[in-house]
Design a binder for this molecule. Structure first.
Ligand code: DPP
Ligand code: ZN
Length: 889
């Protein structure tokens, strides 16, 4: 397939004003009658009408009620003899499709006897012939007809205007969406479902009905999703003045879903993973994810649905902005400054372990890409998480109030339109004409056009005679595919200076009359800039890029001493955590590159003591301690190296963990005792932080016990596993047993399966834990093959496929990167096998070897061969073809 290029964008030759869809739902053969009103677009030269379609059986085409000639161009339906002039005309298309056989989970499909749709990005064309592009916005009226006993609930977007019985045990429901929308926001659901309902009154006094639909047995697990939805509605009104614009807002859960969730207008469809939660079945992380995904999809109602994308190159217009909004929502709900910092650290960790590698690999693309072959491949961490960082930098440059003004202007200008990233940035800048953003807008927008992660190199020198400190900040960005030269970015750097003892210093730049606040934002625009701070009695310790104020790599030569000062004292919690990560990272890298065998004394004593100090510090929250005590991931460590030996990285990191387990044994025991739950379960940040730290302590104590041949802590872990009153504690205990290779692991796994055999989301955890277990002499791959033979395994269910195959290939580097290449052969077999079922999921898996060029041999050669083996298949989907072609380029 040919690449689609952003610069080739042209407006559509026709507009579709209204769509009337009638569905006769039947798993084997669903009939779709599509009656549209169209107009020629007077701004575009006269062209034939070319409608997108895929996997459809076409039965009839009528123009103004009359038969007409048409032809097929590939999978497109082409109509040339349409009425001339610009008057509206009627086009009627009748097709059938087979939802039961739709394993792609795009378009109309059946999951456990219920009909669902997924249309973003280009799934609507699998339902009917249409102008399947986001800038064609129409009014929808939808009539659903189906057997009443099998499909008692019939849902679509908007408001239910009519329903009733038909003959032969059938019934119907008619829905009208009061808002115009692009077809990717169309949805229908039909099946046996029940709903939790909640009536709410908005600030403006309007009444709304919120509903969360699930399968009958799952109603008890919907309270948290409903609470999250109510919180989302209230937050968007309070923070941005954006109200709910629908009488009825519905969420429906399905267990077969490619993504996390989908923001269809008024009818969000969710992966069950992001809806269902009870304390017995869901972990604290699940609860937090539900809150943020419910928020995310709800916030799309304005950022995405009211104002949508002109074309798919603008995807980050809605996704980057909406991720920023859901991150802020979670932070605002978390409340305390410390809980906000924890959320920020977690978000940055995702960015650095997933997006930075993407930005440095074969799939690197700008936040606003220039071309794609398959748009499904561009729902990436770059579009989402880096896109959110770009919005966050705007927020930093104009301030919280200024950003809210910018959002207001954006909606005043563009409500009801399909627009571009440029138009968003322009609105934020225009609402803040005096801001750095307005002054620097064209340069700032390089964040949208240039791929790659910029590096900022910081060097400082202290002049005792002048009592000044000179800080030079230089930026660069490595070439990425198709972009050899990069121009300087606009980089906001939040910074401060500390004394060697850790006190914050007031900041005074040369030329300033007086010393000011101890923290400020410096905006880098040049390749290199120098700042001179005055009035300093001694060399300061710089604290740069506080709160991770820009998505860059900061290169700075700290001494261990300086990092220890920052770890113990930085008023910025993010940089405190970062100092600990830098200390661990430099130790790991030295050990990886040194020749010595990985042993238990890698971390210097001062670092171990400092980490003990954090663990014992009564002023710090448990959640923050858990983050500081967690070593950088193997993926993150690998990213810092030019040549990667995954086994060496794994061995060194495991040795460091063992060192912390042994050296801090008494402290872990103390932390375990200190952080036991008292009272009932609540997923709030304070209690979940305590569970996360006590879980880590238990894990460390089991590692120490394994080393010392002691059975006390594994015994306690097994006991905790058995009596735990919530999934977080239970699963942490199970993880500690499995990861430390305890004799209790096998009976605990068996018991866990027996307890939760009817809870698919828990069984996913059971599979994932085993596929992600530490490798012992190559035992994980045979175990994974065994798991695929388990009666509960299915390749067709994306959650289940991810829980086994992705957990092994993408999240277990020590077990996956085998010297005998068997992990890679397994990977290529699964990519090929999955591609025949579900190309979107297969293409995700295909990306597990993105960074193969960094690998040392024998892995490098073996990885290339495995990718080439996939690439030689003649029948690959566009999805997988694009990924492997780019990987080999
Ligand atoms: N469902 C995906 C999301 O919400 C795509 N829009 O991000
Ligand atoms: Zn989204």
């Amino acid at each position: 397939a040919a690449a689609i290029r952003r610069e080739d964008y042209t407006a559509p030759a026709y507009w579709i004003d209204s769509v009337e869809l009638t569905f006769d739902l039947d798993p084997a053969k669903t009939r779709v009658l599509n009656r549209m009103t169209l107009r020629r677009n007077p701004d575009v030269a006269e062209l034939p009408l070319k409608l997108d379609g895929e996997d459809l059986n076409l039965a009839r085409v009528l123009v103004n009620g009359q038969g007409t000639s048409f032809k097929m161009e590939g999978t497109r339906l082409v109509l040339e003899n349409l009425p001339t002039g610009t008057d509206a005309f009627a086009l009627e298309i009748f097709t059938t499709c087979c939802p039961a056989k739709n394993t792609h989970l795009m378009g109309l499909y059946v999951s456990q006897g219920t009909f669902f749709t997924q249309c973003e990005a280009e799934g609507f064309r699998r339902i009917t012939y249409f102008l399947d592009r986001p800038d064609v916005m129409a009014s929808y009226t939808v009539t659903l007809r189906a057997n009443k006993a099998q499909y008692p609930v019939l849902l679509s977007n908007g408001n239910l205007v009519e329903s009733g019985d038909l003959d032969e045990g059938r019934h119907f429901a008619k829905w009208v969406d009061p808002h115009k929308k692009p077809c990717y926001l169309f949805a229908l659901v039909a099946g046996k479902l029940v709903a939790r309902e909640q009536k709410i009154r908005a600030r403006a006094g309007t009444d709304h009905l919120l509903q969360v639909y699930v399968r009958p047995g799952d109603l008890g697990k919907t309270e948290h999703a409903m609470n999250s939805l109510m919180a989302s509605v209230a937050w968007d009104e309070a923070r941005f003045g954006l109200p709910l614009d629908l009488e009825r807002f519905m969420i429906v859960a399905t267990s077969d879903f490619n993504m996390g969730a989908m923001e269809n207008k008024g009818l969000n469809i969710f992966n069950t993973k992001y809806v269902l939660a009870s304390e017995a079945t869901a972990t604290d992380v699940d609860f937090a994810n539900i809150e943020s995904v419910v928020g995310h999809e709800y916030f799309h109602n304005w950022t995405g649905n009211r104002v949508t994308c002109r074309d798919w190159f603008q995807l980050s217009l809605k996704e980057g902005l909406t991720v920023f909004r859901d991150q802020e929502f979670s932070q605002d709900l978390a409340g305390s400054p410390s809980a906000r910092a924890v959320k920020r650290i977690e978000d940055v960790r995702v960015l650095r372990t997933a997006q930075f590698p993407e930005d440095a690999g074969p799939m690197a693309h700008p936040v606003r890409p220039d071309s794609y072959i398959e748009i499904n491949n561009f729902y990436t961490v770059t579009i989402y998480e880096k896109g959110a960082e770009v919005v966050r930098m705007m927020h930093t440059l104009v301030g919280r109030e200024g950003f809210a003004k910018g959002m207001k202007l954006y909606f005043e200008r563009h409500d009801g339109q399909a627009v571009t990233c440029d138009e968003f940035a322009q609105a934020i800048a225009d609402a803040n004409p005096e801001s750095d953003l307005a002054r620097l807008l064209p340069q700032f927008k390089r964040w949208y056009s240039q791929a790659g992660t910029p590096r900022v190199k910081a060097t400082g020198s202290y002049d005792a005679a002048a009592r000044s400190y000179t800080l030079t900040l230089s930026q660069s960005c490595a070439p990425t595919p198709g972009q050899s030269e990069k121009l300087p970015f606009v980089i906001p750097v939040n910074l401060g200076l500390l004394t060697h003892e850790g006190a914050a210093l007031p900041l005074q730049l040369q030329g300033e009359a007086a010393a000011g606040a101890p923290s400020r934002t410096v905006v880098l625009t040049e390749a290199s800039q120098t700042l001179v701070f005055t009035g300093l009695d001694a060399a300061p310790v710089p604290s740069l890029l506080r709160d991770f104020s820009a998505p860059v790599v900061l290169d700075i030569d700290y001494s261990d001493e300086q990092l220890l000062t920052l770890l113990a004292n930085d008023p910025d919690a993010f940089n405190r955590w970062e100092a600990g990560q830098r200390l661990a990272l430099r130790t790991a890298i030295a050990a990886i590159q040194g020749g010595a065998p990985a042993s238990s004394d890698i971390l210097p004593a001062a670092v171990v003591d400092a980490l003990r100090g954090v663990l014992r510090n009564p002023a710090l929250d448990a959640a923050f301690k858990e983050l500081v005590l967690t070593l950088p991931s193997e993926t993150y460590i690998a990213e810092q190296l030019d040549v990667v030996d995954p086994q060496r990285i794994h061995a060194v990191r495991e040795a460091m963990r063992e060192q912390l387990a042994l050296a801090l044994k008494a402290d872990w025991e103390w932390a375990w005792e200190q952080n036991q739950d008292t009272g009932g379960y609540s997923p709030d940040p304070v209690s979940s932080g305590r569970r996360s730290l006590s879980g880590m302590a238990l894990h460390m104590l089991c590692i120490a016990a394994q080393r010392m041949g002691d059975e006390v802590w594994p015994g306690k872990a097994y006991q905790r596993f058995k009596v735990a009153s919530n999934m977080t504690d239970r699963f942490n205990a199970l993880t500690a047993l499995v990861a430390s290779g305890s004799v209790h692991a096998a009976p605990a796994l068996a018991r866990f399966h027996a307890l939760f055999k009817d809870e698919p989301l828990v069984i996913d955890k059971w599979f994932a834990l085993q596929a992600g277990a530490p490798d012992k002499g190559g035992n994980v791959l045979p175990a994974v093959r065994q798991l695929m033979q388990h009666p509960d395994f299915s390749l067709k269910n994306p959650n289940r496929a991810r829980s086994v195959i992705f957990s092994y290939c993408s999240a277990n580097p020590g077990a996956f990167h085998r010297t005998d290449a068997a992990g890679y052969v397994f990977w290529s077999d699964r990519v090929i096998e999955l591609d025949a079922i579900n190309p979107q999921v297969a293409a995700r898996l295909a990306r597990a070897l993105d960074r193969w060029k960094k690998l040392a041999d024998p892995w490098r050669t073996a990885a290339r061969e495995a990718i080439a083996r996939v690439a030689t298949r003649p029948d690959l989907s566009n999805d997988v073809r694009e990924v492997v072609t780019r990987a080999l380029a």
